[in-house]
Design a protein around this ligand. Structure first.
Ligand SMILES: Cc1cc2nc3c(=O)[nH]c(=O)nc-3n(C[C@H](O)[C@H](O)[C@H](O)COP(=O)(O)OP(=O)(O)OC[C@H]3O[C@@H](n4cnc5c(N)ncnc54)[C@H](O)[C@@H]3O)c2cc1C
Ligand SMILES: *[C@@H]1O[C@H](CO)[C@@H](O)[C@H](O)[C@H]1NC(C)=O
Length: 501
């Protein structure tokens, strides 16, 4: 509309939107280009757009994903969604309320409810209500949740979504402004395109194509999760609305409901497990012979039916410690930046809390112009350290707990048993660990405290087993030292990994 000087600001603001929209659509130019519309990319696009940034979101396939990952969102992730104004993405997807965990150890069970959320100060009865309100997570079909996040991005006036596969990052060759200025893509496998932004965010997931070039670390994977989908109706789980962790002579097994009628089973199979090798009859045989007998009896029929139905799928369980982004114009985020074993279901909680933190560190008030690459890099360094309180806890806990739960030597088996005994004590011995796992307690020292409490309890249990005389022998002393040593060997490398930049 040309020159209508005295009309109210509404239409002129609209035309500013239009200009930005047109620049994205026609010129492929925005403040931020986000690669990958997964958990992190979709949420981050909305977060930036809500701040008035102009955002281009690129995704290779907008079809609803069908994957065995990201199906249980911890309470700390639900809280992050709330902060981002995206809580509604958990509505109408047939999500299941998760109230905590059930740990099954050689048939014995202990319930581990999520603790209460931090109590907000308020008066009288209201306060009582809030104290009694326990934190809740949600489990669901991954694809349905992603589709909701994408829908939020698609309907946002400050975001334009393109279905196209990013093939390479575009580097500026000017000496004055080195760094990444955008991406090259392939649309429908034939058409080459370019997209440009002041900041390019790479959030292309666990198998990131661009990580290798811009990061010094590579993922390590020592096991895979094999996924089965069970019918829930005829075989309900022993502890409804809880994630089930099954510990037995095989590596850990997870069971949780992901819809009114469906239950997910994830079976960890460490690399080079002889009984799962092709020679021994492969994974299907392993599931029938080694895993099935350890499944709670009420679930066994649906587990067996799922094995027989086939459709087995697997994903590598990776560990990738985070590093500082050093390339001007670029930010590597989500699984592309940092991964931990999915045993504790922490990935999406980390991703969503990272979005909350990035949103504040790169807000227009702090960084008016994202072209200021030096300032952006400084803020990304701050991001690396500030995210530790939550993510270091989740990363270390996932890795350490996996070592115990997949115990493959004598000391680890002692620690595994000690851990279960610790949970049986109840009170703070469960509130602490599950509060850390849930993303509610954000204090690395609390993790340290509980981990070594488990180690000492394991030694104590071992000594008690020996009886008064046995406990005084040299053998027990050696075992005690070995258990303690093992606990250190399990924990310290992961703490060390978090101290790197
Ligand atoms: C077996 C398993 C189970 C898990 N279970 C849980 C769980 O219960 N709870 C939990 O919180 N976390 C879980 N996780 C971790 C969680 O799935 C991830 O942390 C999370 O999905 C990471 O989000 P992201 O956005 O970084 O990556 P993704 O969600 O993988 O998204 C990446 C996106 O990028 C797109 N993309 C990739 N390459 C390109 C390209 N070149 N061009 C354009 N687009 C591209 C992809 O199509 C995809 O949409 C699990 C992981 C595994 C392996
Ligand atoms: C979109 O961006 C504009 C600034 O360009 C901002 O004023 C507006 O609030 C944003 N819209 C939404 C829905 O957040």
């Amino acid at each position: 509309m040309p020159l209508i000087l005295d009309t109210p600001s509404e239409s002129s603001i609209e035309s500013v939107y239009d200009i930005h929209e047109e620049r994205r659509r026609l010129h492929h130019d925005a403040d931020v280009v986000v690669v990958g519309a997964g958990v992190l990319g979709s949420a981050l696009a909305v977060a930036f757009a809500d701040q008035g940034r102009s955002v281009i979101l690129l995704e290779k396939s907008l079809k609803e994903p069908d994957r065995i990952v990201g199906e249980l969102l911890q309470p700390g992730g639900v809280q992050a969604l709330e902060k981002l104004g995206l809580r509604h993405c958990l509505d109408d997807i047939d999500a299941i309320t998760v109230k905590g965990y059930g740990v099954f150890y050689y048939g014995k069970a202990v319930e581990i409810p999520y603790p209460s959320n931090a109590v907000e100060q308020s008066e009288g009865n209201e306060k009582l209500n809030k104290i009694s309100k326990r934190a809740e997570g949600r489990s669901f079909h991954h694809g349905r949740f992603i589709s909701k996040l994408r829908a939020a991005a698609l309907s946002h006036p400050n975001i334009t979504v393109f279905e196209t596969e990013v093939t390479s990052l575009v580097t500026s060759n000017s000496e004055r402004t080195p760094g990444i200025i955008g991406v090259q893509t392939l649309t429908k496998k034939v058409q080459q395109d370019y997209f440009f932004g002041s900041l390019t965010v790479v959030a292309d997931g666990y198998n990131s194509k661009f990580r290798k070039q811009y990061s010094t670390v590579t993922p390590i994977s020592k096991s895979k999760f094999w996924g089965l989908e069970l019918h829930h109706d005829s075989c309900p789980l022993p502890m409804p609305n809880h994630g089930h962790v099954i510990l037995s002579e095989v590596a850990p097994i997870l069971l949780y409901q992901i819809g009114s009628h469906e239950t997910r089973a994830l079976i960890d199979i460490p690399e080079n497990t002889p009984s799962a090798s092709v020679a021994a009859g492969g994974v299907k045989n392993y599931l029938t012979n080694a895993v099935l007998p350890n499944i709670p009896s009420s679930v066994r029929p649906s587990f067996q039916a799922a094995i027989e139905a086939g459709h087995l799928r697997s994903m590598p369980n990776s560990f990738l410690p985070p590093t500082v982004n050093r390339t001007p114009g670029l930010a590597l985020l989500g699984d592309a930046l940092n991964m931990r074993h999915p045993l504790t279901g922490g990935g999406m909680t980390v991703a969503l809390n990272d979005v909350v933190l990035i949103k504040s560190l790169l807000s227009p008030e702090t960084v008016p112009d994202l072209d200021d690459a030096t300032l952006v890099l400084r803020q990304l360094r701050a991001f690396h350290w500030q995210r530790k309180n939550l993510t270091a806890v989740i990363n270390i806990l996932a890795q350490a707990l996996y070592s115990l739960f997949a115990a493959d030597d004598k000391q680890l088996k002692y620690l595994q048993r000690g851990c279960f005994r610790y949970f049986q004590l109840g009170g703070n011995c469960i509130d602490g660990p599950v509060g850390l796992l849930a993303g509610i307690i954000r204090q690395p020292l609390v993790l340290f405290y509980h981990f070594f409490s488990v180690a000492f309890l394991s030694i104590w249990v071992m000594l008690c087993e020996q009886g008064v005389v046995g406990a005084l022998t040299g053998w027990s002393a050696v075992q005690g030292v070995l258990i303690f040593y093992k606990a250190c060997v399990v924990l310290f490398p992961y703490i060390w990994a978090e101290c790197q930049s």
